[in-house]
Write a protein that binds this ligand. Sequence first.
Ligand SMILES: Nc1ncnc2c1ncn2[C@@H]1O[C@H](COP(=O)(O)OP(=O)(O)OP(=O)(O)O)[C@@H](O)[C@H]1O
Length: 600
Amino acid sequence: MSDSNVAVSKDYVDDSITFDNFNLDPRLIQAINKLGFEHPTLIQSQSIKLSLQEKKDIIAKASTGSGKTAAYCIPIIQSILVGKESSNSKNDNNNKIETVILVPTKELAKQVSTFLKDLTIYCGKFIKIVNVNDIINDKLLTTVLNENPEIIVSTPSKLLSILELNSNISLMELKYLVIDEVDLILSYGYDEDLEKLSNYLNLKQHMQVFMMSATLNEDINKFKFKFCNKPAILKLQDLDNQNKRLLQYYIKTNEYDKFLLIYVILKLNLIKGKILIFVNNLDRGYKLKLFLQNFGIRSCILNSELPINSRLHILEEFNKNVYNLLIATDESNEYDEEEEEEEEEKIGELEGEEKIEEEENDETKKQQKQNNNNNSKNKKKFEDAKEYSVSRGVDFKNVACVINFDLPTSSKAYIHRVGRTARGGKNGMSLSFVTIKNEWGKHKQSSLPSARKDEKILNKIERTQKKLGFQLEPYQFDKKQLDNFRYRMDDSFRSITQTAIREARLKEIKMELMTSEKLKRHFEENPQDLETLRHDKALSKIRSDVNLKRIPDYLLPPGARQDAKKLGFIPFAKNKKRQQGKKRGNGGKKKVDVLKKHRK
Ligand SMILES: Nc1ncnc2c1ncn2[C@@H]1O[C@H](COP(=O)(O)OP(=O)(O)OP(=O)(O)O)[C@@H](O)[C@H]1O
């Protein structure tokens, strides 16, 4: 977490109190200060108070970016530290696995364990944290787990496979169990894994449980009754303030013009700041990247096909502002579609104003509805996607705008996607391209099956967002201006054939695989070289028309002409002057291409 966290809107936090009010361990307070957190957010103050002072289990539904991670990490670390002190006084030095944090994706596992390490920076030697998804070598993993780290972060299937292989690893003394993004975990069929995992827990002895998400549905009831005891249910939507921070727009268009729109918006720099673009499948991601590349617009790709090390590195670099434009494939949408009808009903039942409830444990409610038949099917697809989903939970820093180049197929997916901006009290905007139903399928090369239902989905999104206090507005722009750019766009689009996409996809995987495996050790030894490794390189030479990369003045709206001289042309690496300049800047020393060196 960077210093950028410091700039949190005053409305957003619970400024009636500070973290000092919770009587936390000074080492924890110091770490929280180091992170720049002055006041707790609403969800944090409620969760910390109820879990520490009243020992409540917590089920929390709070907006994206409202700080749910710290809402469970802080009370858990505090409780472990208190427990250590009392066991020290009894001379009981046995380490135990005390906490399991379950997350749906490897990206989140990394993010949560990094955050925990930040929080334990001043007491790390007392609290060991292991992200099991990080350790590939089985022997090493067994050794690490045999040392009984206090906190394990894992995806459910990884943890289950570890427990099935290692009979000496025990969770019987578990005191804290977290299920983050709980609805995603359940809707993708991880409930079978949770069911099996429950056999490794001592459910008779009370564990404190935290289940968190920005969206919840009734699927969690089954596990609520299994794991929780009189949980406090926190539903904090922060209605008044969040809708001031996130502005949501849409554009109704045909499928081909989505490409024209994105080209013009990016080339004319109509949106300032870092942009995250979502597409619905892998090919679309590469198609868009290649299309933009023709105009000299560099972008990174993020998808489930890339090795996990590359994915994590891309996220890290994007958060460090190395890249401005990231095209993320949100593959979950391919299998969300069939659940859409049912899902809206559930959201309708659970969406509410700010409210805190306590629920009695009712035996009769234990008989919950049977698992949805789709779950195992979804799980298979989800595992195929290698526990990947960046629309969920990932803490993208300082994203100015989320563009739904392809509209998601459910209103729930929309909530999570647009929640990648306006995080931690910051401002943000979202822009969604919506295919007009009558226009769908007219241009085969740009068509996407799920877009047929875009208008219907938009209606659902609008209804759901209204309940959350948001309103989507049409994005205003001058359509005539677009037509000036059309012939340039036609040319570029034609050059992106299926073969070009396939080749780009293969090239990227090969490149990233090499990067991921061969260079892992190199970068461990030479961390400074990481800076020379870029993920937004051109993927193919399908077109090298310099003219496409430059916008002539006559194409620009009058007000933009002066400005565009600076924006419109993005220089190449091939530009001789630029290369010479670089050389000089380097003191004449040739920069080593770490990738080339290791490819030999
Ligand atoms: N008290 C605080 N003060 C300042 N910044 C905070 C505070 N708590 C959290 N943040 C920052 O807010 C951002 C969002 O936090 P977090 O990722 O926990 O959100 P979330 O509620 O889990 O979102 P999502 O639903 O998308 O998973 C992070 O960058 C985090 O560092």
